[in-house]
Design a protein around this ligand. Structure first.
Ligand code: 6OD
Length: 482
């Protein structure tokens, strides 16, 4: 299929073509058309017209039925979405089959259900004359929403925002990462087939520095929702402040895991391996700092190393593959620069630290080794900054207070994972974590009704369940004097 922006229900080409490269081989996958400034304007106008037209006036049940059809449309084309997502990202089919594509469909179903079942609040109020008044809230769509997302879980993370935005009656202009545009492009076809009116769902493709900037500074947007790096999140917040538009920001993390000596060590190893290495470490919720109670430290390090040794690089479609490449050569250089900085900071490299030897046909891909360090000081640069690669540092601790203090000593506050079989400690430590999402004896266990978002530099706002409705709707309080 042609890879171009989707505006007002049709795909639109432009003269400027850029190339999408395979992270697996470095070869060209396909050219795509970069959206022009005029096309960004057209997308915003189309979204406004749809909001003021058929979509804005549609009843909730009809909207919900259409969103179920979108979910069904993704499920019906499961294999095509799977292939496209893995072509773009290089991630193993075995991963995307279980996480990315099912969640892509679920994000429409769940938010259709949420909007159908939400109740409005009413406040009965006494008045001096004794007749009283009734207040009730009316939820309205916020308007035209800019949706900007990352390359690590493209379908999952974009639909996590598009699902609730559309369920609440908004219209969207979606700007996927330039690295991963295939599944968002396919979603245009699915929207048309599901009967989503033209202009409700639009995409604009291109580099963030041009197309993204043009979109976020467009005065026609009523709100912006963004998932990505903290640095870009600050730019989005700045742009959104002009005209006082609302912004929801899901940003970076430097997430900690704390493993107590009373943990079920098998479960702690299994969960930590996943949280460090899944998707080649490119998950905002991923663990990069592991704190292990001293009596089990040596055993834990040895077992995590043994698990890391089992990873198999390869093509996404190969059922043996358990680790893909990083998304781009630029990102690989960044991750490798942290591998160097760790050594400069005195780290002991337990495993990895470099680039694996790959067969000739895959040598152009962005491969890096899964890497574990010990021995770094807590203030070393690789301990403070988000790396977003398949790596972690393991630090021993002696007391609960020390572990909590070190885990919380971070500019970020997205997620954490505590491993303990002591129920009191689970509650006590779980609640002390300065993060948006504190897991105990699990990681990435998601109930989509729960608030998702970060503290500190990991973001502003929460999405999920009715928290998404807070962002994607505007409340009007109607006060009726009785
Ligand atoms: O599971 C989700 O809803 C979610 N927003 C995951 C984010 C992962 C970040 O890489």
């Amino acid at each position: 299929m042609k890879i171009s922006s989707f505006i007002n229900g049709v795909y639109v080409d432009s003269k400027e073509q850029r190339n999408i490269k395979s992270p697996v081989t470095g070869e060209l996958i396909t050219p795509y058309s970069v959206a022009t400034d005029a096309q960004v304007n057209e997308a915003v106008e189309a979204a406004r017209a749809a909001l003021n037209g058929p979509w804005g006036s549609m009843g909730i049940q009809e909207r919900v039925d259409i969103l179920y059809k979108v979910a069904d449309g993704i499920s019906a084309r499961f294999d095509e979405f799977l292939e496209a997502e893995c072509l773009d990202t290089g991630k193993p089919y075995s991963l995307a089959r279980h996480i990315d594509i099912p969640r892509g469909a679920a994000n429409f179903r769940i938010f259709a259900d949420t909007i159908k079942n939400v109740a409005d609040e009413a406040f009965h109020m006494p008045t001096p004359d004794g007749t009283g008044a009734l207040n009730y809230t009316v939820r309205k769509p916020k308007g035209v929403i800019g949706v900007i997302g990352p390359w690590n879980l493209p379908l999952l993370l974009m639909t996590w925002k598009i699902g609730p935005a559309l369920a609440c009656g908004n219209t969207v202009i979606v700007k996927p990462s330039e690295e991963t545009q295939l599944t968002m492009t396919m979603l245009g076809e699915v929207m048309n087939e599901a009967g989503v009116p033209p202009g409700v769902f639009n995409t604009v493709l291109g580099p963030g520095s041009r197309v993204g900037d043009k979109l976020i500074s467009h005065p026609g947007l009523d709100a912006i929702t963004f998932t990505g790096s903290t640095a870009t999140g600050e730019r989005v917040a700045e742009a959104a402040s002009v005209g006082l538009r609302d912004a929801s920001l899901e940003l970076g993390g430097k997430n900690a895991a704390i493993v107590f000596a009373d943990a079920d060590i098998d479960k702690a190893i299994e969960g930590t391996v996943r949280s460090v290495f899944v998707n080649c470490g490119q998950v905002c919720l991923g663990t990069e700092r592991v704190y292990v109670e001293r009596p089990i430290f040596d055993e834990f390090v040895a077992r995590l190393k043994a698990e890391a040794e089992k990873y198999k690089f390869g093509r996404p479609e190969d059922p043996e593959t358990t680790m893909g490449p990083l998304i781009s050569a630029t990102h690989r250089d960044k991750v490798l620069s942290y591998y160097e900085k760790a050594v400069e900071a005195g780290a002991t490299v337990v495993i990895g630290g470099g680039v694996p030897d790959m067969p000739a046909e895959l040598a152009g891909g962005n491969w890096v080794e899964p890497t574990i360090w010990t021995g770094m000081a807590e203030d070393a640069i690789p301990m403070r900054e988000e790396i977003f690669g398949p790596c972690c540092h393991i630090t021993p601790f002696d007391t609960e207070e020390e572990a909590v203090r070190m885990a919380n000593d971070s500019p970020y506050g997205l997620a954490s994972a505590i491993w303990t079989e002591n129920a009191s400690r689970a509650h006590r430590v779980g609640a002390q974590m300065e993060v948006g999402i504190s897991w105990v004896n699990s990681w990435f266990l998601r109930d989509l009704r729960t608030p998702f978002g970060g503290a500190k530099q990991s973001g502003i706002g929460r999405e999920g369940g009715h928290y998404s409705l807070e962002f994607y709707t505007e409340l009007t309080n109607v006060c009726i004097k009785l």
